[in-house]
Design a protein around this ligand. Structure first.
Ligand SMILES: Cc1ncc(C[n+]2csc(CCOP(=O)(O)OP(=O)(O)O)c2C)c(N)n1
Ligand SMILES: [Mg+2]
Length: 336
């Protein structure tokens, strides 16, 4: 079964403005992170040193997937995200100050500084993420099942990379989610690579929405990293899930402007690839649409300024927060 033809309904201006402002916030957040992450890691790149120790996976360029979907969600809906989670977390409304403090390893962080950037949990908006590829899919199915058992109309969305769609957990979960008609949506962000492996070297189908047919569920494909098309595909999928009509797989063609992780030498792609991709920046495209719809430059600038201020305040909060005590290491964790 395939999702119906793209609806021609217009996206409400308020939603367009929200998506733009969130995309600017995400982009600026990650641009700041590039700088902060490099602090203390020179002269020879030392991944364990600096203000933000550990790996860092940024989603610069992939903003449309997160904002197009989260525009339809409330804090009662669940989102699970993978190792590249900042765009989803921000669009879902995770507390930006506590998120940044967590990434900085500070006591005021979402997980008291013990999780870092791949382990952000915010129960207030039902958001979680993790570094185990594909693990968020069954977690989201569990949340979808809980919503169904409680009789609410909440939905659950698992964001994953296209590489994760080849994991057993993807197929096992979708089989049961289809069988049990769960309000689950899996959003596959096809950024063309799983680390250095191109999609065509790992995936038997051209796009993962085709795999929906194997489970008798709906599938949708969003091309060109288009936030408005993502908004529309997500609207259909969320409506379907809330109405008790079961799961959907959405694949979005998206672009990763940065390396797999910060410090990635990117030897697997042509040096011309990224400048070419940046020419198709989805933020600039959406800005043009806002201007075409009659918004003034000054109003757009005001939105950009507000989004950036929120980010600056979050970084300031994180920097000024204390580190956990050594004695805290074994608190709030499972011990045998
Ligand atoms: C179960 C598991 N296997 C391998 C890894 C190592 N790993 C981290 S990211 C990644 C590639 C993921 O690719 P994709 O799903 O396309 O996401 P992207 O990084 O492109 O966002 C792999 C193999 C892991 N974290 N978990
Ligand atoms: Mg990928």
């Amino acid at each position: 079964m395939s999702i119906s033809e793209e609806k021609k309904t217009a996206v409400p201006l308020e939603k367009m403005k929200w998506m733009y402002s969130e995309m600017v916030k995400i982009r600026y957040y990650e641009d700041q992170m590039v700088e902060v992450y490099s602090e203390g890691k020179a002269p020879v790149f030392n991944i364990g040193a600096g203000t933000v120790p550990g790996e860092m996976h940024l989603a610069t360029g992939q903003e449309p997937a997160a904002v197009g979907m989260c525009a339809h969600l409330t804090k009662e809906d669940t989102v699970t995200a993978p190792h590249r989670p900042h765009h989803h977390a921000i669009a879902k409304g995770v507390d930006l100050k506590k998120m940044t403090a967590e990434i900085f390893g500070r006591k005021t962080g979402l997980g008291k500084g013990k999780g870092g950037h791949m382990h952000l949990f915010d129960p207030a908006v039902k958001f979680s993420c993790g570094g185990i590829v594909a693990a968020g899919i069954p977690h989201a199915a569990g949340a979808a099942m809980a919503a169904r058992m409680k009789g609410t109309d909440a939905v659950a969305v698992a964001f994953i990379g296209e590489g994760a769609a080849n994991a057993g957990a993807f197929h096992e979960t979708l089989n049961l989610a289809a069988l049990w008609n769960l309000p689950l949506i899996v959003v596959v962000e096809d950024n063309a690579y799983g680390i250095s492996v191109p999609k065509k070297a790992s995936t038997s189908v051209e796009s993962n929405d085709k795999r929906a047919g194997a489970y008798g569920i709906a599938g949708a494909y969003v091309k060109d990293n288009d936030p408005v098309a993502m908004y529309k595909a997500s609207e259909e999928a969320v409506t379907r899930a809330r109405d008790g009509q079961g799961p959907t797989i959405i694949e979005i063609e998206t672009y990763r402007f940065l390396g797999h992780f910060q410090g990635d030498p990117e030897l697997y792609r042509d040096k011309e690839e990224v400048p070419g991709l940046r020419q198709q920046d989805p933020i600039l495209k959406l800005k043009k649409q806002l201007l075409d719809s009659g918004m003034e430059d000054a109003e757009i600038e005001k939105m950009e300024k507000a989004a950036k201020q929120e980010v600056d305040e979050a970084y300031e909060f994180a920097r000024n927060s204390e580190f956990p005590e050594a004695d805290d290491a074994l608190r709030d964790v499972f011990t045998s």
